[in-house]
Design a binder for this molecule. Structure first.
Ligand code: 9D3
Length: 265
């Protein structure tokens, strides 16, 4: 059985526990498909005040995470998880995406180091880190949420964590097309009906409709996803048919005398 051991190194271990106690992560832990531990960096301090930060050499505002407690916590965790990949969550890292999640899902373990303050001492990242990850271009107050994001995205890719049909079938195009629209009961909600085709029982028509809505949403909202990966011939045909439908609508407007030089109306 595939199994993944996660360890999060943090000065706020309680943040993790609440998330781990719910939903798919909780089930994955209960089934023994993953393990998850929060390692309190403060437990590896030697001074009376359990100091984890200090002032930056060279001056400036903000504090820096001290290297000694972090290195001690990391070495202790590595003794327990010798084959784990060590990841530092930092705004300077490579942006985490689905292909990175898929790569990390093949590891035997992940040690996720969560920075606080202005960041961790550079000598930690220089020598003890395999990979630096950011979760996107916005400013957080620390690495804990980013570590949870990585854990969440990686966990659902571990074989057996999701139910059978959920996982394998969709993974092939996960990440390069938006999902189709979803509807459930009631059939009419606040005056808005569910699209007819979904009630037809015609599974081929439903599949075609879903693919078409997925494609058109992607074209309109996230064209960058389409540019990143080629479409199959059928999808291109669907888009061409859509383009022709739009063309006919424009053409019909021309017939009524509306065009770029007509001044509208
Ligand atoms: C004065 C410069 N600082 C504020 C702009 C730099 C800075 C230091 C530490 C900004 C954020 C943080 C805390 N963030 C993370 O630890 C972090 C993060 C993020 O902020 N955004 C996206 N991904 C990540 S991963 C870790």
């Amino acid at each position: 059985m595939c199994r993944m051991d996660f360890a999060a190194l943090t000065i706020f271990p309680d943040i993790f526990k609440a998330y781990w106690e719910h939903g798919i992560l909780r089930r994955a832990i209960a089934q023994g498909r993953i393990s998850a531990t929060a390692v309190d960096i403060r437990a590896f301090t030697a001074d009376r005040h359990h100091t984890t930060d200090d002032r930056p050499f060279g001056g400036g505002c903000g504090m820096v995470m001290k290297p000694e407690p972090l290195a001690a916590a990391l070495r202790d965790t590595r003794r327990r998880l010798p084959r784990a990949v060590t990841v530092l969550l930092t705004p300077q890292g490579r942006v985490f995406d689905q292909p990175v999640a898929a790569q990390l899902a093949a590891a035997e373990g992940l040690i996720l180091i969560c920075g606080r303050y202005e960041g961790v001492d550079e000598r930690i990242s220089d020598t003890l880190i395999d990979l630096e990850l950011s979760i996107g271009d916005y400013v957080l107050t620390g690495g804990e949420l980013a570590a949870l994001v990585v854990m969440d995205a990686v966990t659902r890719l571990i074989p057996g964590v999701l139910g059978g049909e959920e996982s394998a079938a969709k993974d092939s195009f996960e990440g390069h097309l938006l999902e189709h629209a979803h509807y459930t009961r009631p059939q009419v909600f606040e005056g808005q009906a569910v699209p007819e085709v979904l009630l037809s029982g015609n599974h081929r028509a439903i599949e075609a409709w879903r693919r078409e809505t997925a494609l058109t949403r992607t074209v309109l909202r996230r064209p960058d996803l389409l540019a990143a990966r080629p479409l199959c011939a059928e999808d291109i045909a669907t888009l061409r048919e859509l383009a022709e439908r739009i063309e006919r609508i424009i053409e019909a407007q021309h017939q009524r005398g509306v065009g770029p030089l007509s001044g509208g109306q």
